[in-house]
Design a protein around this ligand. Structure first.
Ligand SMILES: [Zn+2]
Length: 74
């Protein structure tokens, strides 16, 4: 059991803000690059990119990712 809890989403008050990590262009891990509400009806999100904060960017749905992955498949 993980003994930590995520901060509650202040927008909807139902979901939790979940930290997401990414990998940089050099393959270095970027921890907690973005925080996203777990409530699918809310999708409040905050992320940092190139030192700037982005609030509530639209979340891409799976179709775009699928297409991108197919293009990169050898
Ligand atoms: Zn929320």
């Amino acid at each position: 059991m993980e003994n930590r809890s995520w901060p509650k989403c202040l927008k909807c008050g139902k979901g939790d803000l979940l930290p997401l990590s990414d990998f940089g262009s050099q393959g270095a891990p970027i921890q907690y690059k973005a925080w996203v509400c777990t409530n699918p009806d809310c999708r409040y999100n905050i992320k940092i990119r190139n030192g700037e904060i982005y609030l509530n960017e639209p979340i891409l749905d799976g179709a775009l990712h699928t297409r991108a992955r197919r293009e990169y498949t050898p």
